[in-house]
Write a protein that binds this ligand. Structure first.
Ligand SMILES: NC(=O)c1ccc[n+]([C@@H]2O[C@H](COP(=O)([O-])OP(=O)(O)OC[C@H]3O[C@@H](n4cnc5c(N)ncnc54)[C@H](OP(=O)(O)O)[C@@H]3O)[C@@H](O)[C@H]2O)c1
Length: 335
């Protein structure tokens, strides 16, 4: 299948290119960015040594891209994405990293290991909008990492979640944050991030009933910080269950959490591994960046636990997650 990547010169866009370079089903045909990048060869902007074939592709501007492909991956800034994605998705299936359409009722925020069944919203969306294509989004990067452990633990009944994130610099995009701001510093504020984690988690773990998702009803509060780490978001989680369980049962639920192993999707990896002291530098690339790590699990009271989780924001939290979504849609005959 022929694919285009929108926002191909950015951090998420370049991660898409890297992950799709030798993909068995999807072939990169168009790389699209702003007028600033128009006409450059991809090898001029790539931050690693790309193959000659990909390196020779000339970047198109969004204005000249005609949408003549089988599917589109979008890594555009949200403000730009809103209208452009809507226009393109009328004809072509589009998998987006932007937040612009995540909260629309007929648009799934998909993490295949967590809410695979939400993919059936595509049919609702197509019918309601009279579209040939569709939009499937993946969550904000911190949410994508968090919901894997929450899903694994949901069998104990989640009552309340508090999460404090330590988010990598690459989460802010290529021009995101100046070196002088972040070097030797921690910034406990990321615009719009906390609201996203709280609401996206509840939507993803929510129930699809007929043509609508009813968000999960646990309480959740997030506090987000930016830290001087290049890649990999770390999250300290405090969770309260409906039922009382022992640490070993909780650990077992995490490490035995089943992913998509049986489906043989090219990008699927084991979703969760346990490491006692999770650190981004050591573990962000586990499972080609698709595996999240959980550790420091402790029981802190009746029905209450704390743990740390981390994952690669550009892979599990963005491009890798989006590719996995497209692979699942392909397998289910939706492309
Ligand atoms: N970074 C993460 O960890 C992460 C995780 C999850 C989701 N996301 C979301 O993914 C999207 C991309 O994030 P990023 O971190 O990759 O950002 P980025 O590094 O700033 O890249 C932005 C991309 O969009 C292009 N662009 C900007 N303005 C444009 C315009 N007017 N027309 C066409 N293209 C335009 C840029 O092209 P030029 O190079 O030509 O300017 C570049 O390719 C955002 O919506 C972000 O919220 C990011």
């Amino acid at each position: 299948m022929e694919v285009a990547i929108l926002g191909a010169t950015g951090l998420v866009g370049q991660t898409f290119v890297r992950l799709l370079e030798n993909h068995p089903w999807f072939e990169i045909k168009h790389l699209v960015a702003s007028q600033r990048s128009k006409g450059k060869r991809f090898s001029e902007v790539a931050t690693w040594e790309v193959s000659e074939e990909i390196g020779e592709i000339k970047i198109e501007s969004l204005e000249e891209f005609a949408g003549e492909v089988d599917l589109i991956f979008s890594a555009l800034p949200s403000l730009i994405a809103k209208e452009v994605e809507k226009k393109l998705a009328k004809r072509v299936p589009l998998f987006s990293n932007a937040s612009s359409h995540r909260y629309e009722e007929d648009v799934p925020i998909l993490v295949p290991e967590v809410n695979r069944e939400h993919l059936s919203l595509i049919e609702v969306q197509r019918e309601k909008r009279n579209w040939e294509g569709f939009i499937v989004t993946n969550p904000n990067c911190s949410t994508a990492i968090l919901v894997l452990s929450l899903k694994a633990l949901s069998k104990f009944g989640i009552k309340n979640v508090n999460v404090a994130t330590m988010q990598a610099i690459s989460g802010a995009g290529f021009r995101g944050i100046s070196a002088m701001q972040i070097f030797d510093n921690v910034i406990p504020y990321i615009e719009n991030e906390e609201w996203k984690i709280e609401n996206e988690s509840r939507k993803i773990l929510g129930k699809l009933e007929e043509s609508k998702i009813t968000p999960a009803n646990f309480e959740i509060a997030a506090l987000t910080t930016r830290v001087p780490v290049a890649h990999g978001h770390t999250e300290a989680v405090f969770i309260e269950f409906e039922e009382d369980v022992e640490r070993e049962e909780v650990k077992k639920a995490l490490v035995e959490f089943e992913g998509l192993e049986k489906l043989n999707l090219p990008t699927a990896e084991r979703p969760i591994v346990y490491r006692e002291i999770p650190q981004p530098k050591l573990y962000r690339d586990l499972g080609r960046g698709m595996t999240v790590v959980v550790g420091r699990l402790e029981k802190v009271g009746e029905r209450k636990f704390k743990y740390v989780t981390l994952g690669h924001n550009l892979v599990r939290g963005a491009a890798g997650g989006s590719i996995l979504n497209a692979e699942l849609a392909y397998l289910e005959g939706l492309l």
